[in-house]
Design a protein around this ligand. Structure first.
Ligand code: PLP
Length: 387
């Protein structure tokens, strides 16, 4: 049987990883500034992570949610404390899309309404409701087409209230920072206005922190920079540092009922051990502080570079918009310097999402490579599309 060919692949076979580095089957060392789509939060194969997962596997790997699984409560308690959402409740699932699917479903059950406001350039996943809230027609199959999702222009305050007035809105779903959309940061007034309108029109505010959460921006959640609180927050990616796990953080105003949500694998012992390890390391190694410091350092080092049109960043979530297409730049970083970076839906934006414990020395390797590739491309300036 062959693999279903849905991904364009780099010809790389990694067989070992540690911290911010990966080694391939030819023993070549790569610097990871992308963490496999923002997943690696505490670094590859962190010793605490390896120890806790190994120990858990020796004890018990799986039983279903038909029995008490106290380690789920431990994760919820630690997550509540670190995120500032202590009085909320927690439902564990397996991925980002599933977290958003459950969040949207919950909002609809709770409000008994079905229209959802979402935004241009949004990405919320590939399952039914999550993909319907995603601004990419190419990945919406006919079966997922629905007029329940109303797309509004991102960061435009003026058009918000009409959408609430003219529709029975169950929820607004918005990323803490748009990731796939090219690291687009919602302004504080925009988020605060959404919060106010959700309260005024009895709609729930769902913050998708799947990419921007878990300390990446220097606060536990990106929306906390705007001083607002969500009714539902969704998490995944960095939560498990590579172990597939997701979760829905739910306001105490939303009443739980048996059967409302459910999952076979969600909250299994191994997912919980991985989640606990991430939270422990985040706290003990002060990774949110490091994310802020390293992010500011990277920005200072790159901000004057001539190839850059704009840097959008918060902590260690970077969208570096180039004056040229990102693909050749990214390929040069990979081929000539063995540095992994990411792209975004806007073709000129390079996405940088390193582990939250990356050091200055490791970032310096990237900064020097970036400047070299930049100089080379400025020389061939016929390639540069000033846009
Ligand atoms: C903001 C956001 N939401 C949801 C998802 C979907 O997560 P998953 O791929 O785990 O289903 C992603 C994945 O990139 C994401 O960036």
């Amino acid at each position: 049987m062959k693999l279903f060919d849905v991904y364009p692949l780099f010809d790389l076979n990694f067989i070992e990883a540690e911290g911010s580095f990966l080694w391939n089957d030819r023993n070549e060392k790569y610097l990871d500034l992308y963490g496999g789509h923002a997943v690696i939060s505490i670094g590859h194969s962190h010793p605490t992570y390896v120890k806790m997962l190994t120990r858990q596997l020796h004890n018990i790997g799986f039983y279903s949610n038909s029995v008490r699984i106290p380690i789920q409560e431990e994760v919820a308690k630690q997550l509540g404390k670190l995120s500032g959402y202590e009085d909320y409740e927690f439902f564990m699932c397996n991925s980002g899309a599933e977290a958003n699917e459950n969040a949207l479903k919950l909002a609809s059950f709770h409000t008994n309404k079905k229209k959802v406001i979402c935004f241009t350039k949004a990405f919320h996943g590939r399952t039914a409701a999550a993909v319907a809230a995603t601004d990419n027609k190419k990945i919406i199959a006919p079966i997922n087409e629905t007029d329940n999702f109303i797309f509004l222009p991102f960061n435009e305050i003026e058009v918000l209230e009409d959408a609430f007035k003219n529709n029975e809105i169950a929820a607004v779903i918005i990323e803490g920072i748009q990731g796939v959309g090219g690291v687009q940061i919602p302004t504080t007034p925009f988020l605060q206005k959404i919060r106010t309108l959700c309260d005024r029109y009895q709609a729930l505010l769902i913050l998708d922190e799947i990419q921007s959460g878990y300390g990446r921006t220097g606060k536990f959640f990106a929306h906390q920079h705007a001083n607002i609180k969500a009714d539902i927050v969704t998490v995944a990616k960095g939560m498990g540092n590579g172990f597939p796990v997701g979760g829905v953080i739910i306001s105490p105003e939303i009443e739980a009922k048996h059967g409302l949500l459910g999952t076979t694998f969600g909250g299994n012992y191994l997912a919980c051990a991985a989640s606990k390890a991430v939270l422990e390391v985040m706290e003990s190694e002060k990774l949110m502080v490091n994310a802020k410091e390293m992010g500011d350092y990277l920005y200072q080092q790159l901000k004057e570079d001539e190839i850059i049109k704009e840097i959008r960043y918060q902590g260690l979530m970077f969208g570096i918009e180039l004056k040229m297409p990102c693909a050749p730049f990214r390929n040069q970083l990979l081929q000539d310097f063995r540095i992994l970076t990411g792209n975004a839906s806007c073709p000129n934006t390079l996405r940088i999402l390193p582990a939250l414990n990356i050091s200055k020395k490791e970032l310096d390797v990237f900064i020097s490579a970036f400047k070299t590739v930049s100089k080379l491309n400025i020389k061939k300036n016929e390639q540069i599309l000033f846009c």
